[in-house]
Design a protein around this ligand. Structure first.
Ligand code: ADP
Ligand code: ZN
Length: 858
């Protein structure tokens, strides 16, 4: 039997639930929207007594075959409450992409969509504690409690509490018990209130002249608000209008014309007008009534670029290698086919220009461009290159922007006014409709992988998104990830190689300094070995610049008690604290916990706490001692706190106003400072001993990247690497700039035992406050996996359970189970099985996080 049903929609909830729910449009004002326009819209839906935000992902309007019991189900389907926006928040061509992601990363579809939207766009209901209907009765209260708590007094006085306070009160069961009783007496009420979006479009009120043919050019370009001048203006107006003209009205029109002339736009924001002449407020009302000016609203887009971005002119002549790369890429852009490229170009080979030319090509063909950069704190130079070349077509998406700016930039992309989006990993979801080119700069960077909640890798998704759009994707790097290079060699990606630096500049000479042969007898001479010290002095004397890399912020590596030898560790994590001398604190880098610098040892009570090892602050101090006259700057996540400051330091570095720049990995990437002739890696070994199969790869990349900052101008560069492991292959190959050899060595190591790219990994992170329960839950999961693996012959390897290398963070114990296998489907089958059995395997209050293709196993 076929029946006609009310139009229904399928929605994904912006909540951590996996089901797709169906709601009806019965009785809903759809504003006459067509089905296609409703896809991708945000709606408010009823959900077990509350309201929740959801996204429309499907519209069921056809007659459907009526299965048994359909009538009954239909009765139960509720209507959505309302639409939350004027239009869709994503283009419908993104849906298959979102669905794939949700499947692959085992993450709810609604939350995938939510992550793709700018923050602050989730409406929800929250509980608030309010005064009840019954009159306040102290006697009734006395029977319940001896003393009236503060908050209850405030409920009585104010009528209700804030969302935040209500939430925290409702968390505690003793309050809930009391509240239930109070509710029964009618004294209080726990109500539901809706909180709206925290970001909005910004509009401003503007005015323009109407019906007055003023000769604007004859007005003075210079403002001269003298009474006589305005009086003259008033007289001239009187001749062209009927009726009188007050002085204040004439003055308002005078400023209006002046601003219009100055901004070269007929529309003048009210705010600007009032700033010049506050009296305009009243006059404008009269002028509008008389039909001399018109008032209207226009949307304004908050501009995140500031004026700190440098300008880079277009380069007219390409190098032969650039020419070759560009022409390959151009072919696939023209062909509008899916084509993944790996652009392997050494530092200084001119990759940026290849990106820019390819973008020109795509834009010329009417297609959009997505540019992904690793999150290097707040900005990259690439941004400035794109803005220089494409101006208004470019928008930004990264964490350096304010929420309101992000929202505006995103809206410009959604509406099609912007054609190029540059951003950190989340920009992979940018709402560009017709993506023809995706560029991923520094594709090897671990920053493309999000490390909490939604653990996607934007570099991998770039390839996938390109496939959905039949687009070209270019992964660029001087030190490609082992996985990407493997794909390039096996033909999955097309390899483009650029082996030479622009202008036949040479790669810098690298010298490795063995820290083991330090003169042990003598008192330690600080952290720079003599050759590096000499070089630093020479470079300063020549008026050139140096960069010092120290991949750890703070002053020390650890702090310990000189009396008993105990390491001062965080109270909530199993990690040592780090001394931060500027803020005079011992800080935990994992949870932010801190103690004052002058602390006593928790184990013996001694007051002799000393810093051991070093971080960027200590390097800074030593540079100042060694080169007192040098201008020194430090860039790490402590100092790069805001984008303004970060951009300013980069600018000063380019202008030669800084002699020595010290920093963590954020100074290693991408920057082009022609004045830098010396790079020192203060301590290369930091990452090498980590229990991570990518430890050597990361070390190689970091050293090569920072090495690449030297000698990019006219003078050749020099590099010093200080290390305790001068023979380690990552260092030996980096010294010779031999990526290929590094790759061959590394790939052979990954074959036994098998690691990516030969297998894929999924990690289950098991966490909770009770150590025993975490351990047991991890054991259950591992056992379950082994049983399934055997029964279903999945040929998956199961590793663990084992405690994570850092086995406690923020009072939460951490265990892991790792599964690996070469067949992607089988791995995911097992993962789905674990997911659905999850509740039974995990003890109470223990949580499990699924991490597909994990980057960070700490
Ligand atoms: P990479 O990103 O590969 O390390 P860049 O793109 O930063 O290298 O280029 C290095 C420098 O060479 C930049 O200053 C850039 O402006 C310049 N450059 C690039 N291509 C050319 C060219 N064809 N002719 C002259 N200079 C170029
Ligand atoms: Zn901590």
């Amino acid at each position: 039997m076929e029946i006609k049903i009310d139009p229904e929609v399928e929605v994904a909830l912006a909540l951590p639930v996996n089901q797709i729910l169906t709601y009806s449009l019965r009785g809903v004002d759809t504003g006459g929207r067509s089905d296609a326009h409703m896809l991708g819209m945000r709606v408010l839906v009823p959900l077990s007594g509350r309201q929740a935000t959801a996204y429309i992902i499907n519209i069921l309007r056809e007659k459907v075959a009526c299965p048994e019991g359909r009538e009954e189900k239909k009765y139960k389907i509720r209507s959505i409450l309302r639409f939350l926006d004027k239009g869709a928040l994503f283009h419908s061509n993104m849906l298959p992409f979102f669905k794939w992601i949700s499947d692959y990363y085992h993450y709810p579809l609604g939350l995938v969509i939510k992550s793709a939207l700018p923050g602050g766009l989730t409406q929800k209901t929250v509980s608030v504690i309010k005064r009840g209907e019954a009159p306040w009765d102290e006697k009734k209260l006395a029977g319940l409690i001896q003393e009236m708590p503060d908050w209850l007094q405030r409920v009585c006085q104010l009528g209700k509490l804030s969302f935040a306070e209500s939430r925290s009160l409702l968390k505690e069961s003793k309050n809930r018990t009391l509240l239930t009783k109070l509710e029964e007496l009618g004294l209080v009420q726990i109500g539901q209130e809706q909180v709206g979006d925290s970001v909005r479009e910004k509009n401003e009120i503007c005015y323009h002249l109407l019906g007055l043919a003023l000769d604007i050019d004859s007005l003075q370009a210079e403002l001269s608000p003298e009474t006589s001048q305005i009086e003259e203006f008033r007289q001239s107006l009187l001749s062209s209008i009927t009726g009188k003209m007050l002085f204040s009205e004439a003055k308002t029109l005078y400023y209006l014309s002046y601003l219009a002339h100055k901004n070269n736009s007929t529309d003048v924001p009210r705010r600007d007008l009032l700033r010049l002449y506050p009296g305009a407020a009243k006059a404008l009302v009269y002028l509008e009534e008389r039909g001399l000016v018109e008032r209207f609203q226009r949307r304004v887009f908050r501009n995140p670029f500031g004026d700190t971005l440098p300008f880079f002119p277009r380069i007219e002549e390409l190098s032969p290698e650039q020419e070759e790369a560009c022409s390959e890429i151009k072919k696939t852009i023209e062909g509008e086919i899916f084509a993944p490229f790996l652009l392997y170009g050494i530092t200084g080979s001119g990759k940026t220009e290849v990106y820019l030319r390819s973008a020109e090509e795509a834009i010329a063909r009417g297609r959009d461009v997505l540019v992904l950069v690793p999150e290097i704190a707040l900005a990259t130079q690439l941004e400035a290159y794109f803005v220089s070349r494409f101006g208004d077509l470019v928008v930004l998406q990264h964490s350096g922007l304010k929420a309101s700016e992000k929202y505006d930039q995103w809206s410009l992309a959604l509406s099609g006014r912007a054609k190029i989006v540059i951003g950190a990993r989340s920009a992979i979801f940018a709402p560009l409709k017709n993506v023809g080119l995706i560029l991923v700069d520094e594709e090897h960077d671990g920053g493309f992988k999000q490390d909490d909640s939604f653990r996607y890798n934007a570099r991998d998704l770039a390839v996938l998104r390109a496939k959905y759009h039949s687009a070209t994707v270019v992964l660029g790097s001087a030190t490609p990830s082992v996985t990407s290079f493997y794909h390039a060699k096996s033909g999955k990606y097309r390899l483009l190689t650029m082996k030479n630096r622009i202008g036949s500049r040479t790669l810098p000479r690298v010298r490795v300094i063995d820290l083991n042969t330090r003169d042990k007898g003598k008192k330690k001479k600080g952290i720079f070995q003599p050759p590096l010290q000499t070089a630093l002095k020479e470079v300063l004397a020549q008026g050139k610049q140096s960069i010092l890399l120290m991949n750890r912020r703070g002053f020390s590596a650890i702090v310990l008690c000189r009396d008993c030898g105990e390491i001062v560790s965080c109270k909530r994590c199993n990690v040592s604290l780090t001394l931060h001398r500027h803020s005079k604190k011992l800080v935990c880098h994992y949870c932010g916990f801190s103690l004052p610098e002058a602390t006593v040892c928790r184990s013996c009570g001694g007051a002799n706490i000393v810093p051991v090892g070093f971080g960027t602050e200590r390097v800074e101090e030593e540079v100042q001692k060694l080169l007192p006259e040098a201008r020194v700057a430090r860039l790490d996540s402590d100092t790069a706190g805001n984008r303004e400051h970060f951009l300013k330091i980069l600018q000063k570095m380019r202008d030669g106003q800084i002699d020595v720049l010290i920093g963590t990995q954020m100074i290693a990437k991408g920057h082009h400072f022609p004045g830098v002739v010396l790079v020192g890696v203060v301590w290369a070994d930091g990452g090498m001993s980590l229990p991570d199969f990518r430890a050597a790869e990361k070390t190689y990349q970091l050293i090569s990247q920072v090495t690449g900052r030297a000698g990019r101008g006219d003078s050749p560069g020099k590099v010093f690497i200080q290390t305790m492991r001068p023979d380690h292959y990552a260092i030996a190959f980096a010294r010779n700039h031999d990526y290929q050899a590094f790759y061959e060595h590394e790939i052979s190591l990954r074959q036994n035992p098998l690691f990516p790219p030969f297998v894929r990994l999924i990690a289950f992170h098991i966490r909770g406050e009770n150590e025993g329960q975490v351990k047991n839950s991890a054991g259950n999961i591992a056992n379950f996996c082994r049983r399934e693996n055997r029964d279903k012959k999945l040929q998956v390897d199961i590793l663990g359970p084992a405690p994570a290398p850092i086995d406690r963070i923020k009072d939460s114990y951490r265990w892991q189970v790792l599964i690996k296998g070469s067949c992607y489907e089988k791995l995911h089958t097992l993962c789905h099985r674990v997911e659905s059995a999850g509740k039974e395997l995990l003890l109470a209050k223990i949580t499990m996080i699924i991490d597909v293709d994990p980057e960070n196993l700490m």
